[in-house]
Design a protein around this ligand. Structure first.
Ligand code: GUN
Ligand code: FE
Length: 425
């Protein structure tokens, strides 16, 4: 039995999306599972491995529900175009480079190192269409100790020759890759990843639906991100009533044994939201990307009111930052613009709500993850925010809010995933 306990100021959210604060308290972990938060260390835990982090902050690890690993190389550049042109000019040519394993080795080492050192403990990741480079990324993630889903991307239309499969080869590669990797790793799992409808023919989508049924693999994709994209999908799939319905047509939009993340949902209307609710689809809200590629402002308050499952995504390199702290504050700021410019009846998001999305919201995709409740997997991040100090007396809640906005001046000093300590070097 492996037991340890960490002491500090513990922050988490409850099911009502409110922050709970436990000052100078212990969080207990036994064999990777959280045993709850205690003001006093229980007598029988005195012999466990004990670490008192003093005045530091302990939070559940963040979940990044949507990020493109091969795009990490050009993060922070190429912000002059909107989605469809941006894909052609920046994303596709860069992703084509991952046919070269030497390049993939360098690029994915940097991506995994930065993710490992961040406050993120879990992620759902797009790779490129190349199976060898995708497996290399999976190996690196497994070695990091993080828990992730990784998708070999499927695309057989509307991309340059250097980044396009045939429906047949894409499906065959995906089936083989899932068979070879679904049990190979402890912490790294394959996820079926049709890039988006404009990249995948009906023939390929039909095959992916069959592969999904056979392996019961999770699914991730993009939906209703950009107006031109949505119009194009309605032309490409005249049988669909709305964008999400096109995925559903092929059995790739949630439901039993088909755990699904859909990124963006900026323009998801009532029908699409209803179907997401029925099918239990997780929404990956990616505010920075939505601003960078000028997609729009997602109606997150509506999602919450409608009881949809919402997590946050960095969506690098649509988003420039891998930080989920940044995604949290961007979500607040973009919600204020929606409130001001689009719908004054739906109030802006609070720091409590975005913290919930970053932890419990996205965490539920991975199981009992995202809080220090008894029985949850122990994903924790310890943060030294002493560099943010102010002589002003502030509440613990304000201290946490400042950390979200000023995270770059704070330091992550310890991190564990399912109780396993992560090397931050
Ligand atoms: N839609 C299809 N591919 C992509 C991508 O790489 N990034 C974003 N933001 N949207 C997409
Ligand atoms: Fe994306």
């Amino acid at each position: 039995m492996n037991r340890f306990a960490w002491k500090g100021h513990i922050f988490q959210t409850n099911d009502d999306m409110k922050i709970e604060i436990f000052e100078n308290s212990w969080v207990l972990c036994e064999d990777g599972i959280c045993k709850g938060i205690f003001k006093e260390l229980p007598e029988e835990w005195k012999n466990a491995e004990l670490t008192d982090f003093g005045d530091k902050i302990i939070i559940p690890g963040f979940c990044d529900l949507h990020v493109h690993a091969p795009q990490y190389t050009y993060r922070g550049t190429g912000m002059d175009l909107e989605l469809l042109d941006w894909l052609q000019k920046y994303a596709f040519p860069e992703e084509a480079s991952y046919a070269d394993l030497e390049y993939a080795e360098k690029a994915y080492s940097i991506f995994v190192t930065d993710l490992r050192r961040s406050a993120t403990t879990r992620a759902s990741i797009f790779a490129s269409l190349h199976v060898p480079a995708t497996e290399l990324l999976m190996e690196k993630l497994e070695a990091s100790g993080l828990k992730t889903y990784v998708g070999k991307v499927n695309m057989d239309r509307n991309s340059p020759d250097i980044l396009r499969e045939t429906a047949e080869s894409s499906a065959a590669d995906t089936d083989r890759w899932i068979s070879e990797t679904e049990n190979r790793f402890e912490n790294t799992k394959p996820i079926i990843t049709p890039r988006f409808i404009p990249s995948c023919t009906d023939e390929l989508m039909t095959s992916l639906g069959e592969i999904q049924k056979k392996h019961k693999t999770a699914v991730q994709s993009h939906v209703s991100e950009n107006p031109s994209e949505i119009k194009w999908v309605s032309e490409l799939c005249p049988f669909s009533d709305f964008y999400g319905d096109a995925y559903d047509h092929f059995g790739l939009f949630g439901g039993e044994n088909c755990k699904t993340i859909m990124a963006h949902c900026v323009y998801s209307d009532e029908r699409e939201q209803k179907l997401m609710k029925e099918r239990g689809v997780w929404i990956a809200h990616c505010p920075q990307s939505n601003m960078n590629v000028a997609s729009g402002i997602a109606p997150v308050r509506e999602f919450i009111n409608n009881g949809l499952k919402v997590g946050l995504g960095s969506d690098v390199a649509g988003g420039s930052s891998l930080s989920i702290f940044r995604a949290m504050t961007d979500a607040i700021m973009s919600s204020k613009l929606r409130w001001r410019l689009v719908d004054p009846s739906l109030h802006q998001l609070s720091v409590d709500e975005v913290f919930h999305m970053a932890t419990r919201g996205g965490g539920s995709f991975f199981g009992k993850v995202g809080a220090f409740e008894e029985g949850f997997e122990m994903d924790a991040v310890v943060i030294d925010d002493s560099a943010l100090y102010t002589p002003k007396k502030i509440s613990m809640h304000d201290r946490f809010e400042r950390l979200c906005y000023l995270y770059k001046d704070a330091k992550i000093v310890s991190k564990c995933v399912s109780g396993r300590k992560i090397d931050l070097g």
